[in-house]
Ligand binder design. Structure first.
Ligand SMILES: NC(=O)c1ccc[n+]([C@@H]2O[C@H](COP(=O)([O-])OP(=O)(O)OC[C@H]3O[C@@H](n4cnc5c(N)ncnc54)[C@H](O)[C@@H]3O)[C@@H](O)[C@H]2O)c1
Length: 348
């Protein structure tokens, strides 16, 4: 697993141990950037003992990755590690090019050399629907939709998707890929829309909504993304890419309003209490208008489907953040960075 200390990776590791019937050992390779929090998996470490191993490694470090693959005789990589925040990619694209493109290439090269033609191995690449660009009011992204990325983040992910695909066609490496819509749920770093709004609500701070608030995203509860990836890893056809989506489109403003209502119910506030905090702010440059995905392929081929409705998922997410304030306090105060410094030396 690469990037297993991040939002989706940590949920995925917990998911396969708890629900996926996984019988093997997870080696979690993560550089622990600002977005990685190894403490998010303290419960897994305690429950799984040596079936869960953490290695602080940068995926761009060829020798370190190679040593790791050889040392643990790794036979499957699920590749989550990435710089993942669009806003950060606008202000500083270099890290995105380095980790998302060069890092993915580096991993593939290590696999090509170490696996050396083995056909009992798998490289699964986790990607995003943002590679497809922006939709108008109508239409959907399919697996066959031409790529049209607009931000440095989506361009770097698109590039990595193409390189993974090339390793299948050129070297016959056993790969699968997935492109997923926006995820939400526990352990999401508090810079993404849903945790930002929620944590601001709890401090009665303004709720910043980009532009006119009418941008549309399709939202999927993170565990449903994890079960989709796991279904592909276990049964996906080699060389294929699968869309994973929520079929659950929301304008940003409707989403924030719904969150305000649900959070008010849980914190005993007046129904409109949090809505009064909504503040429209200058739009993000190149802000894609609408994403919506068709995921019939994974449903028909692998029997996957979403299991958590949006209200149920939002409710679970709000409860998790309300009950895990130590996790968010540690991130907001920078305490988790000091923990890494203490346990692993300097922060990347
Ligand atoms: N969050 C979403 O809504 C979403 C949707 C679709 C696809 N994805 C994709 O899923 C993957 C995981 O996303 P996330 O939201 O969990 O991201 P995240 O930012 O929460 O976590 C990324 C993890 O990767 C690690 N990392 C970064 N650079 C690294 C490097 N050079 N070497 C090793 N580790 C490194 C970080 O320390 C962190 O633990 C990404 O590939 C992303 O593109 C995310």
């Amino acid at each position: 697993m690469t990037g297993g200390a991040g939002f989706i990776g940590s949920n995925f590791i917990r998911f396969i141990f708890q629900s996926g019937g996984f019988k093997g050992r997870v080696i979690n390779i993560d550089k622990l950037t600002y977005a990685g929090n190894a403490e998010s998996l303290a419960d897994v470490q305690a429950a799984q003992g040596d079936r869960y191993v953490f290695e602080r490694i940068d995926i761009c470090d060829f020798d370190a990755v190679k040593n790791c693959l050889v040392k643990y005789d790794v036979d499957c990589i699920v590749h989550f590690a990435a710089e993942s925040h669009v806003d950060r990619s606008i202000h500083g694209p270099a890290e995105f090019i380095q980790t998302n493109i060069v890092g993915t290439f580096n991993l593939l090269e290590v696999c090509r050399q170490v696996w050396n033609g083995r056909n009992d191995v798998l490289f699964h690449h986790v990607s995003t629907d943002e590679v497809f660009g922006s939709l108008g009011a109508e239409g959907y992204f399919y697996e066959t939709t031409p790529y049209d990325p607009r931000s440095p983040y989506s361009a770097s992910k698109a590039s990595s998707d193409h390189i993974v695909n090339a390793y299948f066609h050129t070297y016959g490496m056993d790969i699968t890929m997935s492109n997923c819509t926006n995820n939400y749920g526990p352990y999401q770093f508090p810079e993404k829309l849903i945790p930002v709004m929620l944590l601001n609500m709890l401090e009665d701070k303004p709720l910043p909504v980009y532009g006119d608030g009418m941008n549309i995203r399709d939202w999927l509860y993170v565990i449903d993304h994890c079960s989709g990836i796991w279904a592909i890893v276990c049964g996906g056809r080699l060389g294929e890419t699968y869309n994973i989506g929520g079929e659950n489109e929301w304008t940003n403003i409707d989403l924030v309003n719904r969150m305000c209502e649900l959070t008010a119910e849980k914190t005993g506030k007046d129904k409109d209490h949090y809505k009064k905090l909504i503040t429209y702010v200058k739009d993000r440059p190149g802000h894609d208008r609408r994403y919506a995905i068709k995921c019939d392929k994974i449903k028909n081929e692998l029997g996957w489907k979403q299991s958590v409705t949006f209200d149920a998922g939002l409710s679970l997410t709000i409860d998790w953040y309300l009950n895990n304030q130590a996790w968010t306090d540690s991130i907001k105060s920078g305490e988790y960075l000091r923990w890494v410094d203490k346990n692993y030396g300097g922060r990347a």
